[in-house]
Ligand binder design. Structure first.
Ligand code: PLZ
Length: 444
C-alpha cells in the first residue's frame, strides 16, 4: 500500500482535464438520477486526503458520508480484507457460514449500549438494515405501525423512503410509499418556537400525544430515530427528548430503534450517539463506519426481539459478506487501538472553537452544532427570521471545494454545511480545512 501524502495540493483547475474526460464518459453512460457532490474523479484516498485523477489532493471533510472513519485505506482494514479475498470471496452465510460473520456479531454485542443478551443480523446497506429492523419489530410485537420523525432520514428503498421525511430528492415521483408509517415532531432546538430550553419537554409531549391519539400506542411496533439526525441537518434532539420517547416505548411495549448508521462507530465522540443521554435502544442499526468503506450493515438488539423472526425470515445473498466482515474487524480494531472516540472529541474541541469565532463574525451563521466529528453550521438569511440560506450554503461548499476542501451540505432546507472528517485526520490538515472555510466565508 502506498501511503498518500497528507497534504492539500492543487495542480490543475477543479475539475482538471482527466476528470472532465471521465465526466463526459459518465454523462453518456451513468443514469442521470445518480448525482455527485464533487466534479472530480477519485484516484486514491487515505487518512484525511483524497487524490483525484489529475493529481489534486483534497482535504476530506466528508469521509464518503461518514463511512471512512478509520480512513479510506486503513492498514488493518486492507490487511484483513486482502487476506480474506485470498481465502474466499463468498459462500453465502445462509448456505455455508464462516467465522468472520460471527466475530462481527460478537463485537457488536460488546460495543453497543446495554449489558443485556444481544444478537445481530448482517446486511449490505443502511437502508436494508432499517428495513430489517422494521421486519423484526413487527414480528416481535405482532403490530404494524412505525413511528418516525420530522427531518428523519432512513434510506432510499421503498419502505425507507416512506420513513424518510424529505421529498426532494429522495421521494419525489417515486411513490406509492409503504403504509403504516407515521411522522411526529422532533426536538429541533434551534427552530423550536418557544426556544431551545423548552424544546425537549414540549416536543416529546407533542410527539407522544400524537402517537397516542392518532395511532394508539398499542398499534405501534417501532419508534425509529437517529440519535443525532444526519441528512436532516445534524440536529441533536434537545435534551430530554430521546429519554422521554425511550421511556414511552418501554412503557407501551414498543420496540425503540436507534438508527446509528451515520452517528455510530465513534463518530460523535462515543461509540454510539445514544450513549450521550444513557439511552439503551432495543434495536440499533449500523452501517457506514462499521467496515472502513466496504458495504456492511447490521441490526443489533435484545436477543428475544432479534430471535422473533422465524428461521429463514431474515437474510440476503450477500448479507455479511466475508470480505466486508474482515474489513469490519479491521475497522473496529483500528477504532479501539487509536481510541477514535477520544479523537472525535478532540476534533469537536478544535472545530467548535474555530466555528464559534465564525458565528461572532458572520450573521449568516445561525447555529453551530453537532458532536465529535459530526459538526455543522446552519446558515440563515437573518438571525431574527431564521430564513434558511440555501444559496449561500451551496456557494460556500463550492468555494471550499474549489480551494481543495471536500465539504458536504445537508438539511431539510439545504442550508447546513456539515463536516465529517475521517477520525484519523491530522490536526494540521483539520486546521487547514478550517482556514479554507474561514476564507470561504470572507469571500461570501
Ligand atoms: N440511516 C441515518 O444516514 C445514509 C445517504 C445519502 P445506505 N445516509 C447517507 C444519500 O443521498 O443517499 C443513511 C443514514 C441513516 C440510513 C441511511 C441509509 O444508508 O447505506 O445509504 O442505504
Amino acid at each position: 500500500m502506498t501511503a498518500i501524502p497528507q497534504e492539500r495540493r492543487l495542480v490543475t483547475a477543479v475539475p482538471g482535464p482527466k476528470s472532465l474526460e471521465l465526466q463526459a464518459r459518465r454523462t453518456a453512460t451513468v443514469a442521470g438520477g445518480v448525482g455527485s457532490t464533487m466534479p472530480v474523479f477519485a484516484a486514491r484516498a487515505g487518512g484525511g486526503v483524497l487524490e483525484d485523477v489529475d493529481g489534486n489532493r483534497f482535504i476530506d471533510f466528508g469521509s464518503g458520508i461518514a463511512v471512512t472513519t478509520v480512513g479510506a485505506s486503513a492498514e488493518a482494514v486492507v490487511r484483513r480484507a486482502t487476506a480474506q479475498l485470498a481465502d474466499f470471496t463468498h459462500t453465502c452465510f445462509m448456505i455455508t457460514p464462516y467465522e468472520g460473520y460471527v466475530a462481527v456479531c460478537e463485537q457488536l454485542a460488546e460495543l453497543t449500549p446495554g449489558d443485556h443478551a444481544k444478537k445481530s443480523a448482517l446486511f449490505n446497506s443502511g437502508a436494508e438494515a432499517v428495513e430489517n429492523a422494521v421486519k423484526i419489530a413487527r414480528s416481535y410485537t405482532k403490530r404494524q405501525a412505525v413511528v418516525v420523525f420530522d427531518h428523519g432520514y432512513h434510506g432510499r428503498t421503498n419502505l425507507t423512503m416512506a420513513l424518510t421525511a424529505k421529498n426532494m430528492p429522495y421521494k419525489n415521483g417515486f411513490g406509492p410509499f409503504a403504509p403504516e408509517i407515521y411522522r411526529v415532531p422532533v426536538a429541533y432546538g434551534y427552530r423550536w418556537p418557544t426556544g431551545p430550553e423548552n424544546c425537549g419537554p414540549e416536543a416529546s409531549a407533542q410527539a407522544i400525544d400524537q402517537i397516542s391519539k392518532q395511532i394508539g400506542a398499542e398499534n405501534v411496533a417501532a419508534i425509529i430515530i437517529e440519535p443525532v439526525l444526519g441528512e436532516g441537518g445534524f440536529i441533536e434532539p434537545a435534551k430530554g427528548f430521546l429519554p422521554a420517547l425511550a421511556k414511552f416505548a418501554k412503557d407501551n411495549g414498543i420496540v425503540f430503534v436507534a438508527d446509528e448508521i451515520q452517528s455510530g462507530f465513534c463518530r460523535t465522540g462515543q461509540w454510539f450517539a445514544c450513549e450521550d443521554e444513557g439511552i439503551v435502544p432495543d434495536l440499533i442499526t449500523t452501517a457506514k463506519g462499521i467496515a472502513g468503506g466496504l458495504p456492511l450493515a447490521a441490526v443489533t438488539g435484545r436477543a428475544e426481539i432479534m430471535d422473533a423472526a422465524h428461521s429463514g425470515g431474515l437474510g440476503g445473498t450477500y448479507g455479511g459478506n466475508p470480505v466486508a466482515c474482515a474489513a469490519a474487524l479491521g475497522s473496529i480494531e483500528t477504532m479501539r487501538e487509536l481510541d477514535l472516540p477520544a479523537k472525535a472529541r478532540r476534533i469537536e474541541e478544535i472545530m467548535k472553537a474555530r466555528l464559534a469565532t465564525l458565528r461572532e463574525k458572520y450573521d449568516v451563521v445561525g447555529d453551530v452544532r453537532g458532536r465529535g466529528a459530526m459538526i455543522a453550521i446552519e446558515l440563515v438569511k437573518d438571525r431574527e427570521s431564521k430564513e434558511p440560506a440555501a444559496e449561500a450554503t451551496a456557494a460556500l461548499a463550492k468555494a471550499c471545494q474549489q480551494a481543495g476542501l471536500l465539504v458536504l451540505t445537508c438539511g431539510t432546507y439545504g442550508n447546513v454545511l456539515r463536516f465529517l472528517p475521517p477520525l484519523v485526520i491530522g490536526e494540521d490538515l483539520l486546521n487547514e480545512g478550517l482556514d479554507i472555510i474561514e476564507q470561504a466565508f470572507a469571500g461570501l
